[in-house]
Design a protein around this ligand. Structure first.
Ligand code: AVJ
Length: 324
């Protein structure tokens, strides 16, 4: 049976700029200014993120790929034959290719991402490489309720594998992460799987280096958010008047990324005004780091069973195999 026949492309992205503007103004009108990190990933931002993954300091991507490669035979045995794979955030498709190659005859791949462009280019590539897998992209924001075509997940008699790599879960607060895990759990039936990558707590200098690469790619990535705002709206906002700042907040077990105003400035965005004092920051991202047992405890609270967890030799990163 062809899954494509049952599903059409779901596009929830129509009022894009209105929502972007509302989020920007809301974030910048708070006492502690913030911007949502999901807006990093326009075309330029997605390219910069790929470049971050190639910096020597940013261990996350290459370490997770190594863990996947090293343990693929065991993962395939655990999953068994012909599963349906769901992925939140489509990325560039490198990790999913490893899974589609390594698993035993996966039936379908359903990437869910806010960027239609990323979905389309990655879906095309995968469709050519994996002609026997149904590729069913869905445009959607997994920060909100995940609207999957009605009945689909409950109907299929095949095992579902939700793949959530890259430690994207790090962007949620622990409270939100628990809620997110619980929502995924409700999409699943007994025996289904969540395969999730989670970055680990490690010495502070390694964490700080990973978000302050020498080549300045992470800085460019952070500052690009301001360029995106400047390019999208009528505003005098300019990224050259801000600095990248990232550090590990050990109390909260998270990397914080900020944009620091270099000077007192009054920013107008469309018909609104925002004041910055010199040194004031916009908090643009949190990236929470977990111990193995800390993450397992959260997964169990969300009604998952913790089956297996793999790490690299240096214990930088973890890949958790959770079952519903
Ligand atoms: C994609 C959220 C896992 O937190 O490491 C990388 C994003 N930000 N460098 C991370 C990111 C700055 C990344 N995640």
């Amino acid at each position: 049976q062809n899954v494509n026949a049952a599903l059409s492309m779901v596009d929830e992205s129509t009022p894009q700029n209105e929502e972007f503007l509302a989020d920007v103004l809301q974030g910048l009108s708070q006492r502690n200014k913030t911007l949502p990190c999901k807006y990093f990933y326009d075309e330029k931002g997605s390219q910069l993120f790929e470049a971050i993954c190639d910096t020597p300091e940013y261990y996350i991507t290459r370490t997770e790929i190594g863990i996947l490669q090293h343990n693929m035979a065991q993962i395939a045995d655990l999953v068994g034959p012909s599963c349906d794979i769901l992925e939140f955030g489509a990325g560039a498709g490198v990790k999913i290719q490893l899974l589609l190659d390594g698993l035993k005859a996966p039936r379908s791949y359903i990437p869910i991402d806010i960027s239609m462009e990323i979905l389309e280019s990655s879906a095309q590539k995968l469709a050519r490489r994996f002609p026997h897998v149904d590729i069913v992209p869905i445009v959607g924001d997994y920060h909100k309720d995940i609207e999957l075509p009605e009945g689909f997940l409950k109907q299929t008699p095949h095992k579902k594998l939700v793949f959530f790599p890259g430690s994207t879960i790090s962007n949620f607060t622990p409270e939100e992460a628990l809620g997110f895990l619980a929502r995924i759990r409700k999409l699943l039936a007994e025996g289904d799987v969540l395969l999730i990558g989670v970055d680990c707590i490690k010495p502070t200098h390694l964490l700080n280096a990973a978000y302050n690469d020498k080549a300045g790619v992470t800085a460019a990535f952070n500052l690009n958010l301001l360029d995106r705002i400047a390019d999208t709206f009528d505003t005098n906002l300019a990224s050259r008047h801000f600095l990248h700042h990232a550090y590990f907040n050990s109390q909260q077990s998270r990397i914080e990324m900020h944009l620091v105003s270099k000077r007192d400035q009054i920013i107008r965005i469309e018909d609104k005004t925002v004041r910055f004092a010199r040194g004031e920051t916009i908090h643009t991202e949190n990236s929470y780091k977990y111990s193995l047992h800390g993450f397992k405890a959260m997964a169990e609270e969300a009604a998952f069973e913790t089956n297996t967890v793999w790490q690299d030799e240096d214990k930088l990163f973890s890949l958790h195999y959770l079952t519903a």
